[in-house]
Ligand binder design. Structure first.
Ligand code: PEP
Ligand code: MG
Length: 926
């Protein structure tokens, strides 16, 4: 039966409008994500590829944005185009919208450019009213089905469009279930459903204070408006803020012919991934429910079966689905997330999109696809988020502690392993409490009866998610994977009581209340009572990750070094692929127990001679420290040493002394008690010394290079320790590259003078050892004046390392120790403005985490340019926290630094981010 489909009415409506607002599925394609949203572009591409997609059309994201610009009015022409497109769908389906005999029912779904699972609204079964329901009965011969569809529509429409309280409807359903003596919705009789429909409409009107629309066009108009509005509901805004999705994109609206998965046991609905989104394994992974509608699967109301069961239930459908899945994956050259419905044995594809996946799967799928010849190494490198690499290196449970916990009966339950990783913290039972505590830094595990998109603000701060119902593809489980949060779902032995804020475990008398410690393993689905220790994963065994990073190394231009103070950290950094140490903070070594008293003696010395005595005692410790570092920083392939940047003492000296306030309390107490003369005298001396050294602004005081200029003996000792250690390691056969770095230089003369001191020591040592030791001399750029005069400073330095922690502090004038706790996070989160719907954001991001390109970045770029002007061979790196932040790494690549240096755990992240920065740059250059 081929029928000529005409678009003439739609073409005419478009002509009469300022713009084409509506695209039939056959008019779109995969490249139109921006305009049609991901879902719209996906169904269009599938339609054109000849796959079985129920006919429909997409209202563009531009229409959504125009709707907001027009004060929440449909822009001119939208409604006319919708009605005309609906005529085409009527022709395609042979059904008619609002028709008593042969009614067309549609779904109205959101779909933005970037997938935001469950954050926006959907209305199904639209087009039913008291008349068309009879048509539906006649068409299907199934009264129960028709009334069930009708009651679902009223329920959904009321919640989403009329803003009614969903609990009022659940209450009615519960009453009928009780009356009929049945447990599930599916068992309610047709007669009861018919009455429920009547009651639902009354409930809808009472709960919402609005009449329930009977006109199908009125229903459609309102539903489209509700989907537009849902772009700006709280959870959607929260989700976009967290995922850095621009608020200006708008959502598309897809109006599509309904197909029914709840028409008996030859029908069903499900979601499936072309590979396992938790492990990356190449097997069809997903869930479906026989005789159910889509929302039953995703909303986590019923726990679905594994997709492999479909092979037993409906083998022909399974085979067709498998072929389609394979075809779509090849077509998009990426793992897909598919939604499908089977209506009376016929398969329909409702959606395909790039699948959200956790870190492990992202890496494995990218690497496997290169090996399968589907994508190039470059594409694989671009596909994995650097933050996912970080997640892979996150702690897991300590096996021994976990065994002990299991052995002592602390294993409470086992649910679905919805998103891997270990989490331990206090159980909380609602998203608001999770948000409150989480923001205060309390580790929490959010426990919910079932996963629901409304929980997103709590999930964003939780360490993990635990649910009693819902599958591994329920919305919140999908969100958890996207966030890299451990999640255990569908733990059916838990009885969660939201009102009492506790859960019980079936078959035991265990009760976990709000605030009790629990631990979950999202990789195994286990739930434990109490806290289980976590451990670092073994990078050496992460073969896929190592392969990916080796490819990344081929593309990156930036070197990746590590900030490490101890041999243990240095060794780990080398394992992770670091090619040098960009910052060793020597003062950390001074803090160790056996050294602190000597350091204090040194600080409290009245004369240079006294100071030298104390420093002589410190020398062997420091030499051994540096020797350990040089020995650890060896290229495993060549056996040659990597460069090691050692920074001379930096913090204000009072950091090594007891606090003035505490000393004052002690002295006063000892004085009033009497009888402790010796102790009192000692404390008084200390109090006097500490008092004399007190500064109002120690971070801007006697610290950094200023210390070494006033107390040159410290620099002399540290330089000697570095060079002697280098000589010892070199003598043992390893070529070493020590680099001595001076902190907090603001004027070139400071550097000149320290350089003079050091050269004298180096010469002295060369005389003692009978030969010079190779070393480089450089400075940190961490004060605005240093950046501004970098041309002068560069004449005295072999290298610069940007200390962007202090540079951010001094450029913004924000104390790095206090700002985050006092106001900075509020700046980023936004301030409440009376009467305003949205918070007023002062800063887009925390500048101590992500380099502020406009301000601090300008100083960095200027220093790079000026430094190279007077010293073309100068080596440039960064060692502030920003060195491990992907966005800041991109900036470092752009301004042409030679390397970034970050904490060892961030080294793999930085390798990937540096490669991506180089690749996007080369794309832009082309
Ligand atoms: C910096 O200021 O960026 C830096 C690396 O030094 P520190 O954090 O030790 O002050
Ligand atoms: Mg600093």
């Amino acid at each position: 039966m081929t029928q000529q489909i005409t678009h003439s009415e739609l073409d005419e409506a478009v002509k009469q409008s300022p713009r084409k607002w509506v695209y039939l599925f056959s008019e779109g394609n995969a490249t139109m994500r921006e305009l049609l949203g991901g879902k719209g572009a996906g169904v269009a591409e599938m339609t054109n590829a000849g796959l079985p997609v129920p006919p429909g059309f997409t209202i563009t994201t531009e229409a959504c944005n125009a709707y907001y610009e027009d004060n929440k009015q449909f822009p001119k022409g939208v409604w006319e185009q919708v009605k005309a497109a609906l005529k085409v769908v009527e022709q395609q389906t042979g059904k008619s919208f609002g028709n008593k005999e042969n009614p067309l029912l549609v779904s109205v779904r959101s779909g933005a450019k970037f997938s935001m699972p469950g954050m926006m609204d959907t209305v199904l079964n639209l087009g039913i009213n008291d008349e068309t329901v009879h048509g539906l009965i006649a068409l299907t011969g199934d009264e129960r089905f028709a009334y069930d569809a009708y009651r679902r529509f009223i329920q959904m429409f009321s919640k989403i469009v009329l803003d009614a309280d969903p609990r009022d409807f659940e209450h009615v359903l519960d009453t009928y279930k009780e009356r009929e003596g049945v447990k599930t919705d599916a068992e309610i009789s047709a007669g009861a459903l018919k009455q429920i429909v009547v009651e639902f409409k009354q409930v809808a009107e009472k709960s919402s204070g609005q009449s329930f629309p009977t006109d199908v066009y009125d229903q459609l108009h309102k539903a489209i408006e509700a989907v537009f509005s849902s772009w700006n509901n709280k959870r959607a805004i929260d989700y976009r803020n967290f995922n850095k999705i621009p608020h200006s994109l708008g959502t598309g609206v897809n109006v599509q012919t309904m197909v029914f998965g709840n028409m008996g046991n030859d029908s069903g609905t499900g979601v499936a991934f072309t590979r396992n989104p938790s492990t990356g394994e190449k097997v069809l992974y997903g869930e479906y429910l026989l005789n159910a509608q889509g929302e039953d699967v995703v909303a986590g109301i019923r726990t679905p079966s594994k997709i492999s069961r479909l092979e037993e239930d409906l083998p022909a459908v399974y085979e067709q689905f498998q072929q389609i899945a394979e075809r779509l994956e090849k077509h998009y050259r990426d793992m897909q997330d598919l939604e499908f419905t089977v209506e009376k044995g016929r398969l329909y594809m409702l959606q395909t999109r790039s699948a959200k996946r956790n870190a492990q799967a992202a890496v494995k799928v990218a690497v496997d696809m290169v090996r399968e010849g589907l994508i190039s190494e470059e594409e694989a490198v671009k596909r994995v988020e650097p933050s996912q690499v970080y997640q892979l290196l996150l702690p897991r449970f300590d096996e021994e502690d976990k065994k002990r916990a299991t052995g002592s009966g602390r294993l409470l339950a086992k649910g679905l392993n919805a998103s891997p990783g270990a989490a331990a913290g206090k159980a909380v039972f609602d998203a608001d409490t999770a948000e409150d505590l989480g923001k205060k830094g309390v580790p929490v595990v959010l426990v919910r009866p079932e996963t629901s998109p409304d929980d997103v603000h709590g999930m964003l701060v939780a360490k993990g998610i635990l649910t009693a119902r819902g599958g591994a593809t329920s919305h919140a489980a999908v969100v958890a994977r996207g966030l890299g949060l451990p999640c255990v779902a569908g733990t059916e032995t838990l009885r969660v009581s939201e009102s009492e804020k506790l859960f019980r475990v079936s078959g035991s008398d265990v009760v976990i209340k709000e605030g009790d410690d629990i631990s979950i393993d999202g990789g195994t689905g286990e739930v434990f009572k109490g806290i289980i220790k976590t451990v670092d994963p073994d990078f050496d065994k992460e073969e896929d990750l190592k392969a990916l990073l080796t490819w990344a190394d081929k593309f990156r231009k930036l070197g990746v070094w590590a900030n490490a103070d101890y041999p243990r950290d240095a060794k780990r950094a080398v394992t992770f692929g670091a090619e040098g140490i960009g910052l060793c903070r020597t003062e950390h070594m001074f803090m160790e127990q056996e050294r602190l008293p000597i350091v204090q003696k040194m600080i409290l010395s009245k004369t240079s001679e006294e100071r030298v005595v104390a420093l002589d005692q410190l020398l062997p410790f420091q030499r051994a420290d540096f020797k350990g570092l040089f020995e650890s920083m060896v290229n495993p392939e060549t056996g040659e040493g990597y460069p090691v940047v050692i920074r001379l003492i930096d913090p204000p000296l009072h950091e090594f002394l007891p606090s003035y306030e505490e000393l004052l309390v002690d002295v006063t107490r000892l004085e009033t008690q009497g009888g402790h003369e010796a102790e009192l005298a000692e404390k008084k001396t200390m109090l006097e010394a500490v008092g004399a050294m007190r500064e109002m602004n120690p971070m801007l005081g006697l610290r950094g290079c200023r210390l070494g200029l006033l107390f040159p003996e410290i620099n002399v000792m540290q330089t000697r320790a570095i060079l002697e250690a280098a000589a010892q390691v070199a003598k043992a056969g390893t070529k070493v590259y020590p680099k001595i770095m001076i902190p907090l230089v603001g004027h070139v003369n400071e550097l000149k003078e320290v350089r003079r001191q050091l050269e004298a020591v180096a010469q002295e040592i060369a005389g003692e050892l009978g030969g010079a030791i190779d070393y480089k001399f450089g400075t940190m750029i961490e004060l605005p004046r240093a950046a501004l005069t970098a041309d002068q400073i560069a004449t005295q330095a072999d290298f610069f390392s940007f200390g962007t922690n202090d540079l951010t502090q001094t450029t913004f004038g924000y104390s790095r120790d206090d700002a985050e706790g006092k106001f900075l996070l509020r700046y980023v989160e936004g301030l409440d403005e009376p009467g305003a719907k949205e918070k007023v954001k002062i800063l887009p991001v925390n500048p101590f985490q992500t380099l502020d390109r406009d301000g601090v970045g300008q100083l960095v770029a200027m220093a790079v340019e000026k430094g190279r002007r007077t010293n073309p061979n100068i080596e440039l790196g960064i060692c502030g926290e920003h060195g491990g932040d992907p966005d800041s790494i991109e900036f470092c690549n752009q301004v042409g630094l030679n390397y970034v240096s970050c904490s060892p755990f961030r080294v793999p992240v930085a390798r990937l981010a540096a490669a991506q920065a180089a690749l996007t740059r080369s794309e832009k250059d082309r």
